[in-house]
Design a protein around this ligand. Structure first.
Ligand SMILES: *Cc1c(COP(=O)(O)O)cnc(C)c1O
Length: 376
């Protein structure tokens, strides 16, 4: 937790549950990433946290934006982004959204199949397009692979077709999975797209861009490699495969930019044992799977939780949310331990919750209000 957030929580005592996000930390993360990969253009993945204060800060820093819907495009424009700085990166887009994005001046679009390419040719004629390749997501705590991307073979045909349809076959993209902790995943993916670059050049199509997607990890409960390790591995692979004829490099970080800038302040609703002699206590918070902590599904993302009693004797716990849904359990198997002194009414902090939390909160399930947000 940053000192600014600690001070805000101590002085304001905002009602829980709420997210408090330090915009200076967003700026620091953006700067660190830019230093680690100075040749890459950063397209912030808006879906990680689309709040206006975040977007505005990133506009000031010169970020570009990866938007997944027309609504996200509007949010970027409202924050002051130029349409030319926005990539419509979702491979699944409504026709109306494509037309409106095109009319707003967005000129770069992702796709991964012939059907979507035809839609782009008709409703965003002349645009730059890039094809998403399916790559291994091993090493990612939050994989994305099955729903998106195509094979190298299919991509080859699609990029040729893009040119025939009057679109600009700009490049290739991939996503190695979110919270990716293996630098080798990027290296392997770069090798695959580089092969296709060569192959397509021989077929008369000169691609100019590699979009390396997001995935850069943050520290939750467990240590992860530093961003410089990713920068070095990526540049080694890029120069290894492309020599000094480097194509445009794009990255689409979401989690890395905002996650550790945010803290969820929550209240312990109840601490109880299922049976009197059960060593495991159940800790129910006023936020859970449906209040925004959706990435606890499968215990995939393991947040670090701090309490007022840290340092005192601790014991094993299961941690759950406040709703009447049996699926609203966050951690049962991940060996969480919390202080024995923890009790109902205590305030706890769920750290590194600036990404993929506010937008996952359900609206009024069981009557609970959406997560309150404070950007400081
Ligand atoms: C979600 C997403 C991102 C951001 O991924 P992170 O793991 O949060 O960095 C980037 N690109 C695309 C296409 C995405 O869907």
């Amino acid at each position: 937790m940053t000192p600014k957030i600690a001070r805000f929580l101590a002085e304001q005592q905002p009602a829980t549950p709420c997210l408090v996000l330090d915009l200076d930390r967003v700026e620091r993360n953006f700067t660190l990433l830019r230093a680690a990969l100075p040749l890459a253009q950063i397209y912030y993945a808006v879906k990680a946290n689309p709040a206006q204060p975040v977007l505005e800060r990133l506009v000031r820093l010169g970020s570009r934006f990866d938007a997944a819907s027309y609504e996200e495009i509007v949010a970027c424009l409202q924050a002051g982004a130029a349409a030319s700085a926005i990539s419509y990166g979702n491979t699944i887009k409504k026709v109306a959204a494509i037309s409106r994005a095109h009319a707003a001046g967005v000129s770069m679009f992702a796709f991964d199949c012939a059907e979507e390419l035809e839609k782009l040719a008709r409703h965003a004629p002349g645009s730059r397009v890039y094809c998403r390749i399916r790559v291994e997501n091993a090493g990612a705590d939050w994989p994305l692979s099955r729903k998106f991307g195509t094979t190298i073979d299919a991509a080859r045909g699609l990029m040729i077709r893009a040119g025939e349809l009057g679109l600009d076959p700009y490049g290739l993209s991939f996503h190695v999975g979110s919270q990716q902790t293996a630098t080798a995943s990027y290296e392997a993916a770069i090798g695959r797209v580089a092969m296709l670059f060569t192959d397509l050049r021989d077929a008369g199509v000169n691609l100019r861009m590699v979009n390396l997607g997001g995935g850069f990890p943050v520290r939750y409960r467990d240590e992860v490699p530093g961003i410089d390790d990713f920068g070095r591995a990526i540049m080694r692979a890029m120069t290894g495969h492309f020599g000094n004829a480097l194509p445009d490099m794009l990255i689409e970080p979401g989690r890395f930019i905002v996650a550790d800038a945010g803290v969820v302040s929550a209240e312990v609703v109840l601490v109880s044992r299922r049976e009197a002699d059960d060593p495991v206590r159940w800790v129910y918070l006023d936020i859970g799977r449906f209040g925004g902590l959706a990435e606890t599904e499968g215990e995939a993302i393991r947040y670090h939780i701090t309490t007022p009693h840290d340092g005192g004797a601790a014991g094993p716990v299961a941690i759950a949310g406040p709703t009447c849904d049996g699926a609203d359990i966050m951690y049962e198997r991940s060996n969480y331990r919390l202080p024995l002194a923890l009790t109902g009414g205590d305030r706890v902090e769920v750290l590194a919750t600036g990404a993929y939390v506010t937008t996952y909160a359900s609206q009024r399930f069981n009557g609970f209000l959406p997560l309150a947000e404070h950007y400081i």
